[in-house]
Design a protein around this ligand. Structure first.
Ligand SMILES: Cc1cc2nc3c(=O)[nH]c(=O)nc-3n(C[C@H](O)[C@H](O)[C@H](O)COP(=O)(O)O)c2cc1C
Length: 297
C-alpha cells in the first residue's frame, strides 16, 4: 500500500465508495484519528467536537439506497449543539480524511448513513465518514485538479487591493475549491486577503434549508480544512477563526460568513491595525465572544 504526502492528497483526493472489505485497516489508524481529535482546535465556534468509531453493523441507512457504501470502518463525527459547531466538525473531518488519505486509506463522507445508536455518544451526532482500503488501492486522482469542480473564477471573491503574493493565494483558493461537499454542491465562495482567507456560504433555497444548512456548514469546514492543509504545505502557520462583523471584508452577496484561516499568528494584529486605520470600531475580542445569532438560518 502507498503512503502519500499532504501536498499530494489535498489536490488529488476523491471519495472512495468501493472498499476491499477483507483488507483490514491497521490498528494504528485508531491512534492517528485520536491524535487528530486531540490536536484539533475548534477555532471557528469554540464548541466541543469529537469523533467515535462505529462498528460496521451499527450503521444504518437514512434512506434505502441501492448503491449503499459498504466500508470496513465508519467514524461518527460529533458536535455540541452550538452556533457554527458544524463548521468545526467539517474542519475536523477534513483533517482526519486527509490524514487517512496520506496513509493510503480511502474515505467518503456520508450524509445518508448514520449510527443506529447515536444516543450513546457524549455529543450529538453530525456526520459519518466511511473509510478503508479501496479495492484496487487507487484512492487518488492521477493528476492534481481532476475533481469535477466549479472553475476558479466562480468561487474566488477577488480582493479589493492587490494580493501580496498572488501565486500563494491562488494555491490556497484552489485547495478550498477541490474539497469534497455533499452532492458536490460546492456551496463556498473563497475570499483571500493579505494574510488570510475567508469562506462564505451560498444561502440554500428556502425549502431546502434544514438539511442543506446542516450539510453545507460541514462542507464549508471541509473547504477550510483543505486550505489549512495547503497553507501548512506552503510553510504558513495557519489558525482558524471567526472574525467579528465589520472585519470580514466585503459582504459577499447572498452568502453567509462561515470562517477565516489566518495564515500566521500575527495576521489578527495586522487585520486590527488595518481596520483601525480605516476607522472600524468593532472590538475583536467582544465580537468573537458573541457570534451573531441572526446569521443562523
Ligand atoms: C457532508 C457530505 C455528505 C456526503 N454524503 C454522501 C452520501 O451520502 N453518499 C455518497 O455516496 N457520497 C456522499 N458525499 C460525497 C460527495 O458526493 C463527494 O464529496 C462529491 O461528489 C465530490 O466528489 P469527490 O469527493 O470524489 O471529489 C458527501 C460529502 C460530504 C462533504
Amino acid at each position: 500500500m502507498t503512503v502519500y504526502s499532504m501536498e499530494q492528497v489535498v489536490f488529488r483526493r476523491r471519495s472512495v465508495r468501493n472498499y476491499d472489505l477483507k483488507h483490514a485497516v491497521p490498528d494504528e489508524t485508531g491512534d492517528l484519528i485520536a491524535a487528530a481529535v486531540d490536536r484539533f482546535q475548534p477555532g471557528v465556534s469554540g464548541a466541543d467536537v469529537g469523533a467515535e468509531l462505529i462498528p460496521a453493523d451499527d450503521v444504518a441507512e437514512v434512506y434505502a439506497k441501492p448503491d449503499r457504501v459498504q466500508a470496513p470502518c465508519y467514524l461518527a463525527l460529533l458536535a455540541q449543539d452550538a452556533p457554527h459547531a458544524l463548521v468545526d466538525v467539517g474542519r475536523l473531518g477534513g483533517s482526519i480524511a486527509l490524514t487517512l488519505a496520506s496513509q493510503g486509506l480511502g474515505t467518503c463522507f456520508l450524509g445518508t448513513m448514520r449510527p443506529k445508536s447515536s444516543s450513546t455518544f457524549g455529543l450529538p451526532y453530525a456526520i459519518t465518514i466511511a473509510f478503508g482500503y479501496q479495492r484496487d488501492d487507487i484512492i487518488l486522482h492521477d493528476e492534481p485538479n481532476q475533481s469535477d469542480r466549479l472553475p476558479l473564477g466562480a468561487v474566488l471573491v477577488a480582493p479589493d487591493g492587490e494580493l501580496t503574493d498572488t501565486q500563494k493565494a491562488i494555491a490556497l483558493v484552489n485547495a478550498g475549491r477541490v474539497a469534497p461537499s455533499a452532492m458536490n454542491k460546492q456551496p463556498w465562495r473563497i475570499a483571500p486577503e493579505d494574510g488570510l482567507v475567508s469562506i462564505w456560504r451560498k444561502k440554500p433555497p428556502l425549502l431546502a434549508r434544514g438539511v442543506m444548512n446542516h450539510l453545507q456548514q460541514i462542507d464549508c469546514g471541509l473547504c477550510l480544512a483543505s486550505i489549512e492543509a495547503e497553507a501548512m504545505v506552503l510553510g504558513h502557520h495557519p489558525t482558524a477563526t471567526r472574525l467579528p462583523e465589520g472585519q470580514r471584508g466585503t459582504q459577499v452577496e447572498n452568502c453567509l460568513y462561515e470562517g477565516t484561516i489566518l495564515l500566521e499568528p500575527d495576521a489578527m494584529d495586522r487585520l486590527i491595525a488595518r481596520h483601525d486605520m480605516t476607522g472600524t470600531e468593532t472590538s475583536m475580542a467582544t465580537a468573537a465572544e458573541n457570534p451573531t445569532p441572526e446569521e443562523h438560518v
